[in-house]
Design a protein around this ligand. Sequence first.
Ligand SMILES: NC(=O)c1ccc[n+]([C@@H]2O[C@H](COP(=O)([O-])OP(=O)(O)OC[C@H]3O[C@@H](n4cnc5c(N)ncnc54)[C@H](O)[C@@H]3O)[C@@H](O)[C@H]2O)c1
Length: 436
Amino acid sequence: MTLTIVGHGYVGLVTAVVFADLGNTVYVIGRTADKIKRLARGDPIIYEPGLAEMLKRNLDAGRIHFTLHYNEAIPKSDIVFIAVGTPPKNNGEADLSSVLNVAEMIGKHIRKYIVVACKSTVPVGTNRKIKQIISDKAKVPSTKFSIASCPEFLREGTGISDTLEPDRVVIGTEEARARKLLVEFHKPIGGVRVLTGIESAEMIKYASNSLLATKISFANMIAQLCDKVGADIEEVLNGVGLDNRIGRRFLYPGAGYGGSCFPKDVKALIKIGENYGENMDLLTAVERINDRAIKHLTEKILARLPKSQTGEGQTVALLGLSFKPDTDDMREAPSLKIIERLKRARTKLTVQVYDPIVKQLPIKELKNMIYSENSYQAVTGADVAVIITEWNEFLHLDLVKVAKLMKKPVLVDGRNIYDPEKVKQLGFSYVGVGRI
Ligand SMILES: NC(=O)c1ccc[n+]([C@@H]2O[C@H](COP(=O)([O-])OP(=O)(O)OC[C@H]3O[C@@H](n4cnc5c(N)ncnc54)[C@H](O)[C@@H]3O)[C@@H](O)[C@H]2O)c1
């Protein structure tokens, strides 16, 4: 088939490249000439494991094309996927301006029947707005197009395998012709097909992300209590997770959830609830607990530093900056909030950071921030070393070497990736989350 994907971020580009690899002809529409040029040269712009190689393969095969112009793509396509950003507005609502703009542009260029499927995460009612815009503003008769809500569930860091082998593919549409085409299109990929109405598909995405965020906050709430009562959260969650009704996955205590999806989607679902007069207080508690996870972790770091008003002469090493491993995405990354809190508490503190991929923070340059080339450089001379993101390489640190390089061996394990006893045996003072 021939498809167009509007947006070339973590969702758009991964989807484009994977479906090109499966033999489709794919047009990707962007809005910045420089980025389109880079993509056409084989530079994926974002970091996602395996993406650069797959992009190059499909460019060489002539299956993927990047353009700024809708007229080069839409008239030739069977399906158009909308995969542009839906960032949060100040009031927490999803900003739909890009999605609605794109709908107008698609409408203006429809020449034959197409299915317009929205992968962007959008509140209930948005897909019907897309339909309205295409019909009204672009003056396209309803026989020329169908709409569908096809929310995306890929995870950054495993985007390619998630696209090929998703748990499920949700196809929300009222029109049999669109359903048939989308089912046919998704045939080569795995996962259960969930065929629904439009509103249900829109809700499935928000409900899924909000429940995953709830699991993380639940784990953090219990971890906080474990710290007080002397229990070990990992032992507790292993015991809890063995109940088949519960399961262990996603019960992750630590620095809390971040990234481009959970924080904004929880906020947006609260807002959707409010707009319909529904009380969403479970989710407001989830957000509060998530904020507290950052606060508690920062307090643990500060408590291990020598007493000081300013932090002059003190150094904290932060290992991991991205919001999770195997991505360069820094949106809502816990590392940023921890740095901000540390700097507020001790203005002259030196922070030595290292991340395998992220080499620059998306914040104003802070005083006494040092970017290190590797973990060992980052911990050199540090009073406290902190694991913020559980990148694979941090699981296998030479802790004997780390201990020698630090001022004093103190490890704050913000993701509970180490066995406390083993670390203590090497002479470290170990602080985890929910397992003092
Ligand atoms: N990142 C994820 O892991 C993930 C997973 C599932 C769903 N989603 C959802 O998918 C959507 C996209 O997320 P993302 O992470 O890929 O975002 P992103 O910020 O990485 O990419 C967004 C893309 O949209 C483009 N864009 C924005 N406005 C445009 C316009 N008017 N015309 C053309 N292009 C435009 C941007 O240039 C960029 O390429 C969001 O709604 C998000 O919630 C994201």
